[in-house]
Design a protein around this ligand. Structure first.
Ligand code: MG
Ligand code: MG
Length: 256
């Protein structure tokens, strides 16, 4: 324990790797099905089926009362979208945010998927958000501080002038989906007073998840109480990995 942060043992890291790879495999199956004409409910059913088939449990179902197995957010929706009968159409930007719990440990990962051909602006947003996550991961080195992750994401995105969502952040992960510390996707200049900035240590596992908007960083929640949308209605992208900090550098657990 370091100030509420749960450091994971080698054995625990091995189990987290299992849960994380499981998350990756199910996400792969869901992404394969993304195409114009499929409904978000159908994608949710694939998440449930593929998770049960492999012997895991969908982590988000019932978490804080969330009604479905996966969060699917389309276009101006940022995160926490509830799968509905809505059908995807060509040009949509579809964010799949999925987690499982396996043998007591959580995996958490998100990706943005292009539905058919998307606009050049949407493509640039998708790519820049994925690249910013990689920049954040490269900063996850023993001895660096949590703020180095957000600072790296921020400088990666800065040349595009995109808005970085501030109201939602990454998090520690392990036996709980959300553990300490919070991991902002922006540098300390926008941090609140309560945000802690510990040094990274071997055994820390973090879910880093930049949410990047084409326009303003400001977001709102729809009347359904869940779906977060951009305040200006412009597109948003979201990428997330579960990552372990080790003496040998960052290990991304949610990809092979
Ligand atoms: Mg997630
Ligand atoms: Mg997360």
């Amino acid at each position: 324990m370091t100030g509420g942060i749960q450091l994971k043992s080698k054995e625990e890291l091995a189990r987290m790797r299992e849960a994380s790879l499981f998350t990756y495999e199910v996400l792969e199956e869901i992404e394969k099905a993304v195409a114009p004409g499929i409904s978000l409910e159908e994608l949710d059913a694939i998440a449930e089926r593929e998770t049960k088939k492999r012997g895991g449990v969908c982590a988000f179902k019932g978490m804080y009362g969330f009604p479905r197995n996966i969060c699917i957010s389309v276009n101006e929706q940022v995160v926490h979208g509830i799968p509905t009968k809505r059908k995807l159409v060509e040009g949509d930007l579809c964010k799949l945010d999925f987690g499982v719990v396996l043998h007591g440990f959580y995996g958490d990962s998100a990706r943005t998927v292009a539905v058919g051909k998307i606009s050049p602006a949407a493509r640039q947003l998708l790519d820049a958000t994925r690249d910013s996550l990689e920049a954040g991961i490269r900063a996850m080195v023993v001895g660096n501080r949590i703020s180095d992750i957000g600072a790296a994401i921020e400088s990666s995105v800065a040349p595009f002038g995109f808005g970085i969502v501030r109201d939602y952040v990454g998090h520690g992960i392990g036996r709980k989906l959300h553990e300490e510390p919070q991991v902002p996707n922006y540098g300390p200049s926008h941090w609140g007073a309560s945000q802690k900035n510990p040094r990274m240590q071997p055994g820390m596992v973090l879910a880093v998840e930049p949410m990047i908007n084409l326009g303003t960083h400001e977001v709102e929640t729809l009347p359904d109480g869940w779906t977060v949308v951009t305040a200006d209605g412009k597109y948003s992208a979201h990428w997330e990995h579960t990552i372990a900090i080790t003496d040998d550098g960052p290990k991304v657990l949610t990809r092979p």
